[in-house]
Structures are given as C-alpha cells and as structure tokens.
Design a protein around this ligand. Structure first.
Ligand code: ZN
Length: 345
C-alpha cells in the first residue's frame, strides 16, 4: 500500500523526468547524459617502455596542484597530459602523435624548432608556448589540442578529416617544452576538461580519483590510472651523468676504465620515502655491488641516483639490476647488460 510520502516521491520523480525531457528537447544533451567518447591515447608507443606519463593536468583551482589520481604529478595551472619520450635524441625516431577520436583539423602550426626550453636564458615563448601543434574538433562538443610536435612532422592541414588513431605528426620539443613530449588537452563545450575523470578542470580535490565518467576507452583509462613513477634509463659510466645532459644529449658513454665505475639510474615521478637498489654482477656472475640509496625526503619529478667504486680489471658483460622501492614494495625493476673492455660498443 502506498503511503502519502511515497506518493509524493513518485509524483516528484515524474515531474523531474518531464523536466529532463524538456531540457533534452531544448538544448544539447548535458555532459553527464552522454556516453563516453572512448578516446584513445594521443601517441602510438608502448607506455612505460618507450614513452611515459611525466605530468598530468592540475585539477585544483587553489595554489595547491593536484593531479587527477589525487597525487602530485602536475604543477600549478597545467591543463593537459604530458606524455614524454626520454631524450632529444629520441625525437629522431619519430614517435607518432595520433588523433584521440574521429574529427576535423581546425588549426595547425609547424615550423618551430625542437629545443629544450630554458627559463633562465631562452627567448620569449609568448603566444608560441604550444610550439608546433594542432586543434581537432570532434563530435559532442569535444576539442583536442596537441602541442610540442617535432618540427616538420605535421602530416595534416586544417580542414582535413581524421579517424581515431590517424597520425598527426611526431613527438617533439617545440615551444615551451622542458623535455620532449606531447601535451594533450581537451575541452568539452568550450570548458577545459580533465579527460581521465571527465570532469571540468578546477573542481578541486573532490574531482580526483574518480574515473567512472571519464572520456577514455577502458584500456587507456586503466593505463593512465597507474602510478606515473618510472625508471627511464640505467647505465654504467666513469662519472655520474647530469640530468640536464641526459635529456639533451642522451646517455653518456659507457666506462672506459674500471676505476671508478658508477652505476646510475634516471627515474621520474619518484615519491617521497622511496629508494633504489642497485646490483651489479660481473661477467662471472659474482655480485660486485649491492647497495640501497637513501630514501627520498621529497617527491621528485626527475631524479638521478648513482653508486659506484673501483672494479677488478675484468672485461666482459656486466649485469646491472635496478629496483625502485616504495615502502616494502618494488614498484619498478629494470635490468641491463653492459660490456666493459674489449669489444665495447
Ligand atoms: Zn603539458
């Protein structure tokens, strides 16, 4: 038997339904009524192997910067996803930047050189922060922007129709780029929108961590929801490399002598209190080094750790294993064999 209360509830629900139908008839569907546009990645590369998430959008309007996973892989006012390759040298390989959905190119710019932007010394990038870039208009009020493409790599012009996954150009470092990457930003109905959560940017901490209404296809959503901590490169050298040199010049040459030999690791988005374990095994399988670095006091967007010492004069193939450990969990592990001595590459 219906009580008065439930009758009222039924009545008001009906009223709401009528209003929703009226709204749908008089204006385009509201964002929350639309199904996911199933956006793809803006790059054709293996995430975590040859390209990496370096920075995400900042969803917080205050002076605090919060990424869509409620972490800190972002900075104040950043409005897109930065997917990087390791070094300027890797730009030559031509990592494809691709359309995240079907659409039409509405703007394109090319002709800006690839270089690492240096805030202290460089030219004024005003108006050209995006470098070589594109705007693509999709269905349902969605617009995507791609920045920092490689000079001369754009393969589409304004007016061209593209399918999801079509090549637009290659990852570069044009415009205001401190490392080689593509910056993807998305607008929906004119509003800057965070595509992993599907929410407008600037809603604050409440809008992070919830990807159920996100705009990406499920596999991409899952890939982008993982921790952005990653080991980019490990190696051996006679002296520890510098971060700025790694990103500009690629990895340093291997050791020429046995004294000293330094094992190094370059990692990104390393959280506070995590540390590295570096293990070096000689050509006979004997452990030459097995050290743990001090744990980090503060999160680092880019970090270089190293350890080393004198090695016996034993030429041949050395094995280097590096683990990134957070608490008691190994979150990244990488191995590499490196030839020292004759036949050295
Ligand atoms: Zn960016």
């Amino acid at each position: 038997m219906l009580t008065l209360k439930s009758l009222c509830a039924a009545h008001s629900r009906h009223g709401l339904l009528a209003m929703a139908i009226l709204a749908a008839a008089s204006s385009p569907a509201r964002a929350q009524d639309r199904s996911s546009p199933n956006l793809g990645l803006p790059v054709d590369c293996r995430l975590g192997e040859d390209c990496f998430v370096q920075q995400m959008p900042d969803v917080d309007p205050s002076e605090q910067a919060v990424d869509p996973l409620c972490g800190n892989a972002t900075y104040q006012g950043h409005d897109g996803w930065d997917i990087r390759i390791r070094t300027l040298k890797d730009i030559e390989r031509g990592t494809p930047v691709i359309a995240i959905a079907d659409g039409t190119i509405t703007r394109a710019r090319d002709g800006i050189p690839d270089r690492i932007y240096d805030r202290a010394h460089d030219m004024d990038a005003a108006g050209k922060e995006c470098g070589n870039g594109l705007l693509v208009e999709h269905a349902d009020g969605l617009v995507s922007q791609y920045c920092h493409l490689k000079e001369g790599s754009l393969v589409v012009r304004p007016g061209a129709r593209v399918k999801k996954g079509d090549r637009l150009g290659s990852i570069g470092a044009s415009g205001l780029a401190e490392f080689p990457h593509v910056h993807l930003s998305v607008r929906r109905d004119g509003k800057p929108t965070e595509p992993l959560t599907g929410r407008p940017l600037g809603l604050g901490r409440e809008s992070c961590g919830e990807t159920g209404a996100g705009l990406f296809e499920p596999a991409v959503r899952d890939a982008l929801s993982r921790s952005p901590s990653a080991i980019l490169l490990v190696g051996l050298a006679n002296a520890p490399p510098e971060l700025s040199s790694l990103v500009r010049n690629g990895e340093p040459p291997g050791p020429k002598t046995f004294e000293p030999v330094v094992a190094w690791v370059w990692a990104i988005n390393v959280e506070s209190e995590s540390f590295f374990r570096l293990r070096l095994v000689d050509p006979d399988g004997r452990t030459m080094m097995n050290v743990e670095t001090k744990s980090l006091e503060r999160r680092k967007a880019n970090y270089l750790a190293y350890a080393g010492g004198k090695l016996a004069q034993r030429e041949g193939e050395y094995g280097l294993q590096v683990d990134l450990i957070s608490g008691s969990k190994t979150i990244w592990s990488t191995t590499r064999s490196i030839l020292i001595g004759q036949g050295e590459r």
